[in-house]
Unconditional design. Structure first.
Lengths: 122, 107
């Protein structure tokens, strides 16, 4: 059974940093591209970033480019999102999600983590 | 960027009703469209991909159709477990834009 377990969320001040993680199990981690999708309180879904199965290709939404860095650790089967220079508008539940592709970032999300809440506030 | 517009934003229906939700893309996305169901406090769940392919384990009362710029999600006979918010998502481009959501409420 595919399982994705999100962690690392919390309260952080504007301008601060936070690192999210997603522990993957039940599938061959390196065979799938992975993404982060976020949802602001009471709002819709927004794609944030994707990374290829091998980790060599990364993609970002314009709203986070230059501030967020996606990475993956194949030894730990973990997806990470390093978030720097956080803003109030980054407040959201962050979900990791699996793409049914190895390299291409274009796809639907067939499995999701449970989400972790990031609150940016002073 | 490709914009996705869902209608209606809210839909009130009764158990047993047939329900249809529409999703329009700002430009052609071929059949690169998915539908998700989300319940409060939970992660989205994939229902339909490639516009009309039913994800494994999803009840057959859910169906999807369309291509190009106009798509629909239909529920043939609404069940109590189906009251939720539904999102479409295009994946013609890697930004994976979602629609704003349609909340299906109990009438």
């Amino acid at each position: 059974e595919v399982q994705l377990l999100d962690s690392g969320g919390g309260l952080v001040q504007p301008g601060g940093s936070l690192r999210l993680s997603c522990a993957a199990s039940g599938f061959t981690f390196s065979s799938y591209a992975m993404s982060w999708v976020r949802q602001a309180p009471g709002k819709g879904l927004e794609w944030v970033s994707s990374i290829s199965g091998g980790g060599g290709y990364t993609y970002y939404a314009d709203s986070v480019k230059g501030r967020f860095t996606i990475s993956r650790d194949k030894t730990k089967n973990t997806l990470n999102l390093q978030m720097n220079s956080l803003r109030a508008e980054d407040t959201a539940v962050y979900y990791c999600a699996r793409l049914p592709t190895v390299v291409s970032p274009e796809g639907f999300f067939d499995s999701w983590g449970q989400g972790t809440l990031v609150t940016v506030s002073s | 960027d490709i914009q996705m517009t869902q209608s209606p934003s809210t839909l009130s229906a009764s158990v047993g009703d047939r329900v249809t939700i529409t999703c329009r893309a700002s430009q052609s996305i071929s059949s690169w469209l998915a539908w998700y169901q989300q319940k409060p406090g939970k992660a989205p769940k994939l229902l339909i991909y490639d516009a009309s392919s039913l994800e494994s384990g999803v009840p057959s009362r859910f169906s999807g159709s369309g291509s190009g710029t106009e798509f629909t999600l239909s529920i043939s006979s609404l069940q109590p477990d189906d009251f939720a918010t539904y999102y479409c998502q295009q994946y013609n481009s890697y930004s994976g834009t979602f629609g704003q959501g349609t909340k299906v409420e109990i009438k």
